[in-house]
Ligand binder design. Structure first.
Ligand code: FPP
Length: 221
């Protein structure tokens, strides 16, 4: 049985979920935020150590300003409203990506939640915000300018160093969209047509169960 330590999810399909129901796109993001909590609960109950979720990419700034503003507000509200729950449930909240372009009040909420949860050890939640794998690698290479470049030094300088065991993408597309490319080098990949707000613990349990039975060879035989 394969051990699942690091699960990563590309949460796709919020806009389509909303459109199908006659709502504006942002309703899909709002409902999608609830699914984030369910996934955290699943990870805690299944001894998964790290959950990395793709919430906002370096390319998502191209979306209409109204949608970007909505996502920023949703994120801020999420950080404030879940604060107590995260503390109580043992979740260490972390972000991956470059948070420097965010507003000062959003940055303050991010740093507060990180600080409040830094000794929690039931689950490390990496929320990828203003994250892109290429941007991450550029930041890493710049930070290593005067030091030795090796697989280890690059890995250690990443926003998250742990290899991904299982990477799931919802919403029907079969691509990685610049998400944790270095960490996903040997990840098992699972794609589902289910739109993110409809994704639930039962479906994740099936995907995890298939993953556990796979023959992972890491280039060996
Ligand atoms: C992709 O769906 C989703 C996003 C770009 C945003 C992800 C955000 C959330 C799941 C909710 C926010 C989470 C927190 C923690 C506040 P899409 O909009 O590309 O959907 P589409 O492909 O159907 O258009």
């Amino acid at each position: 049985m394969n051990e699942l330590k690091h699960l990563a999810i590309i949460m796709d399909g919020n806009g389509r979920w909303a459109k199908k129901r006659g709502f504006i796109r942002t309703k899909g993001h709002e409902v999608g935020a609830l699914a984030v909590e369910m996934m955290c609960e699943f990870c805690i109950n299944n001894d998964i150590e790290i959950l990395s979720l793709y919430a906002f990419s370096t390319e998502n700034w191209k979306r209409p300003k109204s949608e970007v503003d909505f996502l920023m507000k949703l994120l801020k509200d999420f950080l404030i409203s879940r604060r107590e729950k995260f503390v109580k449930n043992g979740i260490f909240f972390n972000t991956i990506g470059d948070i420097t372009p965010f507003s000062d009040d959003l940055k303050a909420e991010i740093l507060t939640l990180k600080e409040l949860t830094k000794t929690n050890n039931k689950l490390k939640l990496n929320l990828a915000i203003n994250y892109g794998s290429r941007d991450e690698l550029v930041r890493v290479i710049n930070s290593l300018k005067n030091s030795e470049i090796s697989e280890n030094s690059i890995t250690n300088a990443l926003d998250e160093s742990a290899d991904i065991d299982l990477l799931v993408r919802t919403g029907g597309e079969k691509r990685l969209s610049n998400f944790m490319l270095w960490q996903a080098s040997y990840a098992e990949l699972a794609f589902t047509d289910t739109l993110w707000p409809d994704f639930n613990q039962n479906e994740l349990a099936k995907i995890v169960s298939e993953f556990k039975g796979k023959n992972r060879r890491f280039g060996g035989i």
